[in-house]
Every structure is written in C-alpha cells, then in structure tokens.
Design a protein around this ligand. Structure first.
Ligand code: SF4
Ligand code: SF4
Length: 446
C-alpha cells in the first residue's frame, strides 16, 4: 500500500485557465508551474490541499467526485457523515430534516463519522509502543505533506485508524449480517479525502466505495428542504432516525477537537501555511515536550474545508451549539451494537506507518544531489531574485531547482531575456534545456 502513487482529485481546465499565477503563488508545496500560459500541477508534489482551487478567480480547477446515481449499484447505501456537515445549514433546518433528505436522496443507512471516536474510546484503544511526541493522522493533506517534506516525522504519526475509517468498519461489519451488497460513501469537506479514497489499494479505498462532496450534497438537500418545506416540517413531530455520537466526539474535526481527547501536553496548529511554518521551526528545536500534535490543513479545521459552503466561524459555532444537545455518554443500545462487532474492530485497529515520498529532494543519489545543489547555487547567483513568477515556477529558487533537475531552462527567466539575450543563450548551453515534462499532469505546451 505504501508504494502506491498518490491519486489526485484536482485538475486544471485549460479552457478556463488564464495563467494568472494566483494558484502558483498560493500552493504550499510549490507544485504548480505556468507553462504556455496555463497552470500545470506537478503531481508528485501535490498534497491535494485544495488551496489552488480556493484562490482561482476563474474556476479553472475542477475537483472530482462521485454522483448520487452511482449509489444505486448497491442494495445497502451507507453515508458516513462528518458532524460538520450538519453545521453547513442554518438553524432553519433541523438535523432530523437533513437526515430525512439524505434518505430521500438514496441512502439507506446513516452513520456519523465521529461515532468512530466513541468506538475507540469505548474499546480503550492505545497507541502501540509509543514514547515520543505523537502526530495526529486525521488530516490526509497533512499526512501527505509529511510524507513528501518531513519524512523524519513519519515515525511520530499515530497508527490508530482515524474515526471515519473505524465507523466504516463498524458499519460494514454490522450490516454484512443482513446484506452482501453494501456501498459506503463518505461525505467530504475536503479534496484530500477524495484523493485518499480514490487512491487504489489505500486503506480508504478499501473501506469506502465512493465519496460525495459537501457542496453537492448541501445544494441538493437545501433545495429539497426549501421546495418541500411543509412536508419536511411536518416530520418534525417524529424524530427521523438520527446517527449518534457523544458531545465531545462531535467536536473532533474542530481545532483542538482531537487534542481535547488526549492527555498530557498537546498543541493544535491549523491552516497549511501555519503548519508548514511550525514544522520548519520544529526541525530546529532541540526538544519540545509535546505529547500530542494536532495539525489541520484548513483554517478552523474541517469547517474551513474547500468544499464547505458556510462561513467557517458560523459553522464552528453551530457545531458547538448542537453538541450541547448530544449525550455525554454513549447510550446503552449503541454500546451493545459496538460490543457485538468488537472482535472485528479489535483486529483492524492499526495502520502501517506511512512511507516517505521524498520527491522534493534534488536527487535520491546523495552524490548527485550535492552536485545539483551546487548547480542551484550557481544558477541563483545570476537570477534576479525578485520572485516575480513570470518564468513559470513561483520563485527564483524554484526555477533554479527545476533547471538543476532538467525540468526547466534558464531561458524562462524573463528578466535575463530582456537584459542580455546573448548571455542567456550561453547560460542555457551550460546549464541545459528543459527535458522532463512527464512529472506534470498534462503535457507541457510551452
Ligand atoms: S489561478 Fe491558476 S488555474 Fe486559475 S486561472 Fe490563474 S493560473 Fe489558471
Ligand atoms: S492541491 Fe494544494 S498542493 Fe496540490 S497543486 Fe493545489 S495548492 Fe498545490
């Protein structure tokens, strides 16, 4: 599983892309280049954080997803719903009405992703053989970031399955007693989860048959609830079957939601640029005395996911407000259901340690990497160091690294071209032309 290449959920639409560089400047892993006036994503560097999609003013980055029609391939159609989905709606709509609409859209069973937190607590699951600082494995974009940029931290990552996976295991285990055609779909607030679920052979790919994006589900449900207001309001008299978790578990996807379930010294950092800044500085620290580190790619945690529709602060407030109506302990009937599946859950609690994908190195061979590093320094000494981004890469250093790896040419520097075209030709002869285009998602048209 660990050698499987990342699947990616985001793609540039050439027809709409204007080469404006907004996405390139925002990308936290420098995965985007502008070639031939169009954005290109270096797939090996992309962690599917979705920041590029969020800032594109031309809607030129599309995201993949499954459809509600695909559900019909299964007899039992299961939705695993993160609690923050309910917080996308204003108080006009009750959780019960939203659940009824999900049933009307084709799901036959609903589970809360955060029930997995309660299952893990109920089973008293401990981290296997761990003494140093533990890093949460909840956010898939952060996990990908650590795999490509901070591989030394991989041994600190939690090996306990994230709650949504535990809930999916639980759902399949209890439903398999009655049916062998089960499709489990995750409602996702972020691009990284789509990428994980669509990565063939991954744990998420084995557990989930598909994924429905928050914004799509929200728009459908809101239209249904608004158009058929009376009929859904009448159902307020009887509470529609509602999946359950405890008040504390319901806040798992908020900033500090995971930390508050841990003992010892904990720290939470949210928003990808903060996460990167923190991890860069962490490398310099001699010691940090932390027991648990919670890292969220999105600002405010999952309420800030790129597929959410609501102001993340209001969504956070609604989720906190709703959690006050949830029980502090799991009800007896749910404990009995969990205990019934205990054996299968206990056998599948842990994940393998993720493997590094050190693509940001100049070369895997140490001697060649040192040679390329020297080349980068030489190239940097002639570049203007103004990080204009007009050359295609986001910074002069990124251009120098691309040239050293034969993925770019010094000819791309617009400033040098204007200053001394002849000199540029001789530098291009020394440092070479771009020869590699295969690492980008589409062929380079430059
Ligand atoms: S932000 Fe990126 S994808 Fe969007 S138009 Fe600008 S260059 Fe193209
Ligand atoms: S999804 Fe994130 S890492 Fe990937 S290209 Fe977009 S901004 Fe960069």
């Amino acid at each position: 599983m660990n050698d499987i290449p990342f699947h990616h959920s985001l793609h540039v639409l050439d027809d709409l892309c204007k080469g404006c560089t907004h996405c390139m400047k925002r990308c936290p892993t420098q995965a985007i280049r502008i070639f031939g006036g169009k954005a290109r994503i270096f797939s090996e560097r992309c962690i599917d954080c979705g920041q590029c999609m969020a800032v594109c003013p031309n809607h030129a980055i599309e995201i993949e997803q499954d459809t509600f029609e695909q559900l019909q391939a299964y007899t039992y159609r299961v939705a695993i719903i993160p609690a923050v989905f309910f917080a996308q709606f204003s108080d006009t709509f009750t959780e019960s009405q939203i659940c009824r609409a999900l049933y009307d859209l084709g799901f036959t069973h609903l589970y809360l992703a955060e029930t997995g937190v309660d299952i893990l607590n109920h089973l008293h699951v401990d981290e296997p053989n761990h003494t140093s600082m533990l890093i949460s494995n909840y956010c898939p974009a952060v996990q990908r970031l650590i795999q490509i940029r901070y591989p030394v931290l991989l041994e600190n990552m939690s090996r306990i399955r994230p709650p949504a996976q535990i809930t999916a295991l639980f759902a399949r285990s209890e439903l398999a007693e009655a049916c062998d055609s089960i499709g489990i779909y995750y409602l996702t607030p972020c691009a990284a989860k789509i990428a994980q679920i669509k990565t063939l052979g991954s744990e998420d790919n084995n557990l989930f048959q598909g994924v429905i994006n928050f914004d799509t589900a929200y728009n459908k449900i809101r239209t249904m609830l608004t158009k058929n207001k009376k009929s859904y309001e009448d159902d307020n008299t009887t509470t529609f079957f509602f999946p359950l978790c405890t008040a504390k578990a319901s806040q798992w996807s908020l900033v500090k939601g995971q930390s508050s379930n841990k003992t010892g010294r904990t720290l939470s950092v949210d928003e990808m640029h903060n996460v990167i800044e923190f991890l860069e500085q962490l490398e310099q620290e001699e010691e940090n005395n932390l027991d648990f580190l919670e890292l969220d790619a999105c600002a405010e945690g999952c309420p800030g996911g790129i597929l959410t529709v609501r102001n993340r602060f209001l969504a956070t407030e609604r989720l906190r407000h709703w959690s006050k109506s949830l029980p502090s302990q799991l009800p007896e009937y749910l404990i009995k259901r969990i205990d019934k599946q205990k054996d299968i859950l206990m056998e599948n609690l842990y994940l393998e340690t993720p493997q590094p994908k050190e693509i940001l190195k100049l070369d895997l061979d140490r001697a060649k990497a040192l040679h390329k590093l020297e080349k980068v320094q030489q190239i940097l000494s002639v570049l203007p160091l103004i990080d204009c981004g007009l050359c295609g890469p986001p910074t002069c250093k990124a251009l120098a690294e691309d040239i050293a790896k034969s993925e770019a040419s010094i000819r791309q520097c617009v400033v040098l071209k204007l200053k001394d075209p002849k000199e540029l030709n001789s530098l291009a002869k020394i440092w070479g032309e771009r020869t590699i285009g295969s690492t980008v998602q589409k062929d380079d048209q430059a």
